[in-house]
Design a binder for this molecule. Structure first.
Ligand SMILES: NC(=O)c1ccc[n+]([C@@H]2O[C@H](COP(=O)([O-])OP(=O)(O)OC[C@H]3O[C@@H](n4cnc5c(N)ncnc54)[C@H](OP(=O)(O)O)[C@@H]3O)[C@@H](O)[C@H]2O)c1
Length: 248
């Protein structure tokens, strides 16, 4: 996290980060390469994309709780990662995280909002990696999301008060480990959000695992952060800026 990002944080968020630093001093956690304290990240949806992303964050030095409605099924995943990873229920992961990443089929977002919306709204960042996909999720929800103005604004409706940043929505799970820290130009990750602190934290988390975040606009721009749009490849940061300029 840059000094600039920290200056943009409110007092409450600063306290939370200070708390994380104290926790890091108590528990012998690895110090991040860029000097930021490790965060606690709750992964809601430890399927293909969620387990790949959470693994990268755990390897970068964060504490990650992967969740499932059947947490016992995550035993081999967390054992393979080591001490930085643990498995829990969705409720436990929401309570655990300073940051929550939601990586579920889009209809599950409705249930998650109903069950954990209040707790999720208290987090410094909610990274929304989820997409509404008609063949998987049904036409009705895809239509409803479009009526809200796209996936960013729809998620904000389902998770009132949450500091949402959409990210990684079009980068397939098979590419995450391969593209992380790739030599030469990094793979750019288009992000969209409205909360400055959440954007700063998301940007830091994205850089730490070897990608370059590019803010393409507020949550309304989240409608373009889905597979099948011009962002849906492995663009460089410069390419993302060029594409974003044509979409406003
Ligand atoms: N796959 C990719 O390459 C990729 C890339 C970018 C974005 N995405 C997006 O990421 C999301 C997940 O995709 P995926 O391919 O990782 O799916 P997946 O492998 O099927 O995993 C989905 C996960 O969501 C969890 N889940 C489902 N319903 C839930 C509920 N009601 N409450 C809590 N957790 C629930 C499941 O957990 P349990 O069943 O264990 O409880 C499962 O671990 C989708 O929206 C997708 O569009 C995927």
């Amino acid at each position: 996290m840059t000094k600039h990002a920290l200056v943009e944080m409110g007092r409450r968020d600063m306290l939370r980060f200070a708390g994380a630093a104290v926790a890091a001093a108590i528990a012998p956690l690895p110090v991040l390469a860029q000097g930021a304290p490790p965060l606690k990240i709750g992964i809601i949806g430890a399927g293909r994309e969620g387990s790949a992303l959470g693994t990268l964050w755990a390897k970068a030095g964060h504490q990650v709780m992967f969740s499932s409605r059947h947490p016992e099924e995550l035993k081999s995943l967390v054992e393979g990662i080591g001490l930085a990873a643990q498995a829990g229920t969705v409720e436990q992961a929401v309570a655990f995280g300073d940051v929550v990443a939601i990586i579920v089929p889009y209809p599950a977002m409705q249930q998650i909002g109903k069950d954990y919306g209040a707790a999720i709204a208290s987090k410094v960042l909610v990274m929304d990696v989820s997409n509404p996909i008609a063949p998987r999720d049904g036409e009705d929800i895809v239509k409803w999301v479009a009526e809200q103005g796209g996936a960013g604004l729809a998620t904000a409706k389902l998770l009132p008060g949450a500091k949402i940043v959409r990210a990684f929505n079009a980068l397939g799970y098979t590419r995450l480990a391969a593209d992380a820290h790739r030599p030469g130009d990094p793979v750019g990750i288009p992000i969209a959000g409205d909360d400055k602190t959440a954007i700063a934290v998301a940007s830091s988390l994205i850089r730490e695992i070897g990608f370059e975040p590019v803010l393409v606009g507020g949550l309304a721009m989240g409608r373009y952060l889905v597979p099948g749009t011009p962002f849906g490849r492995e663009p460089t940061p410069a390419e993302i800026k060029q594409i974003a300029a044509t979409l406003h």
